[in-house]
Design a protein around this ligand. Structure first.
Ligand SMILES: Cc1cc2nc3c(=O)[nH]c(=O)nc-3n(C[C@H](O)[C@H](O)[C@H](O)COP(=O)(O)O)c2cc1C
Ligand SMILES: CC(C)CC(=O)C(=O)O
Length: 417
């Protein structure tokens, strides 16, 4: 969005929610709105949660070098992706089960993104169908996040539906071949309440099981069939790979330990292209970035799943510069994890990211006020980002570079990049 400087994220008083002027305040409001199970599921990281915290803290190691006496009366925050002009280089990352936060769920997120003119990633484990989300998104191009199941048929069906619904890209999540250890989830014995469904896996042909059953038995095979939603990634039971049904538990779904470049990326490209671009989400090293380029994916997201997978892994902002250098501009590099302020967006772009995605802040927005809360979250980050650009003396997104940053080490030493 090109705007004049007046009110461009500064101190104009119109249009503010006076109870919520920062993402930190949004988080605090959300805290009071969510039940414990949801709050813990959304907010926790794997194991001790140190990577989750480091994702956030990594941004504090950089300071901005503002340039002055440049005409910043017109600031253009837009950027192009998937053939679309996003109002800011910020999208809503795919996060599972958004109806836990608010009845608006993924549809509310989609409408908020549409209003703010930014894309959204839809989780494979959404509580809303991808068709409903596509409808709510209108002209905004969306991304389907994929967990590639060993049972190819399910993935194939999902991909076909996404193409038909007009999704522009799939983000294959590659940091979750095995699910990270989330201790609060275990302690709370997390269960998706029965009135919610993992909406994109409603299967006409699935045998109806009671909520307590996790594997089909000969007894329940003969029961009448009815449509149901279920978890589908499969797990090993003795020699056999089985598809679990029944309640969603993180120990029976999502992970596919067989995932690999040759077998899966090539298959996925065959299935998706040319209608949808194939990206990989969850790259953290230069080596894998080079492989991604080699396998001709259309883009990568530097991500550690918001610190929910390998605790002890690098903060994403720390991983970013190596990846950017390795990719050498051949494909776009996005980043997510720990972004809580517009200045964080500026820093990520200065270190070479083309675009950023935010996960938990959108969930907090949903929990606070549904669709309106996600709009608020996007407005806060967008306003902060625009203000940061202006005060740093940059008027267009492509102009943000490492010239605008210094890195401060533990002893306080300031280094030019
Ligand atoms: C509650 C929750 C659920 C998530 N579900 C998914 C998912 O289904 N698929 C996926 O690829 N990433 C998922 N993620 C990871 C996000 O896409 C993103 O990488 C992460 O949230 C970014 O970190 P941030 O929350 O600090 O912004 C999830 C994250 C959270 C917090
Ligand atoms: C269904 C889950 C595996 C979703 C997820 O990616 C997460 O909780 O981090």
């Amino acid at each position: 969005m090109t705007t004049g400087n007046k009110g461009a994220g500064g101190n104009g008083h119109a249009d503010h929610d006076l109870n919520c002027l920062t993402i930190e305040e949004l988080q605090a409001h959300a805290h009071t709105m969510m039940d414990k199970q949801t709050r813990d599921y959304y907010n926790e990281g794997a194991d001790s949660g140190s990577t989750l915290l480091e994702n956030i803290d990594a941004y504090k190691k950089y300071r901005i070098r503002p340039r002055v006496l440049r005409d910043v009366s017109r600031i253009n925050t837009t950027t192009n992706l998937f053939g679309f002009k996003s109002s800011v280089p910020i999208g809503v990352a795919p996060t599972a089960m958004q109806k836990l936060a608010h009845a608006d769920g993924e549809e509310g997120t989609a409408k908020a993104c549409r209003k703010r003119g930014v894309p959204m990633g839809l989780s494979s484990f959404a509580t809303t169908t991808l068709e409903e989300v596509a409808e709510a998104s209108g002209e905004i191009p969306n991304v389907l996040q994929l967990y590639l199941f060993e049972d190819r048929d399910h993935s194939r069906k999902l991909i076909a539906r996404a193409k038909k619904a007009g999704f522009k890209a799939v983000f294959l999540t590659v940091d979750t071949p095995i699910l990270g250890r989330r201790n609060l989830e275990i302690r709370n014995q997390f269960k998706l309440p029965p009135h919610f469904k993992i909406a994109n896996f409603v299967e006409e042909e699935e045998p109806a099981l009671s909520n307590d059953e996790t594997t089909p038995t000969s007894a329940n095979q003969s029961r009448p069939r009815k449509p149901r939603a279920y978890s589908t990634a499969g797990y090993t039971h003795g020699e056999k790979r089985v598809t679990p049904t029944g309640p969603i538990t993180f120990h029976t779904h999502a992970a596919n330990p067989t995932l690999c470049w040759e077998k899966d990326i090539e298959w996925l490209k065959e299935e998706c292209c040319p209608e949808m671009e194939v990206w990989v989400k969850g790259i953290a090293t230069a080596e894998d970035a080079i492989l991604a380029v080699h396998h001709q994916v259309r883009g990568i997201v530097v991500s550690n799943h918001g610190g929910r997978q390998l605790n002890g892994a690098m903060a994403t902002l720390d991983a970013l510069p190596d990846v950017v250098e390795a990719v050498r501009g051949q494909i776009p590099v996005h980043v997510d994890g720990g972004i809580r302020h517009g200045t964080d967006v500026f820093k990520a772009l200065a270190l070479g990211a083309d675009f950023v995605w935010v996960g938990r802040p959108a969930l907090w927005g949903l929990a606070y006020k549904g669709q309106e809360g996600v709009e608020l979250m996007l407005k806060l980050l967008s306003d902060e980002f625009r203000l940061c650009m202006g005060l740093a003396g940059v008027t267009k997104v492509e102009g943000i570079s490492k010239e605008y940053l210094v890195k401060i080490d533990k002893s306080g030493f300031v280094a030019r990049l």
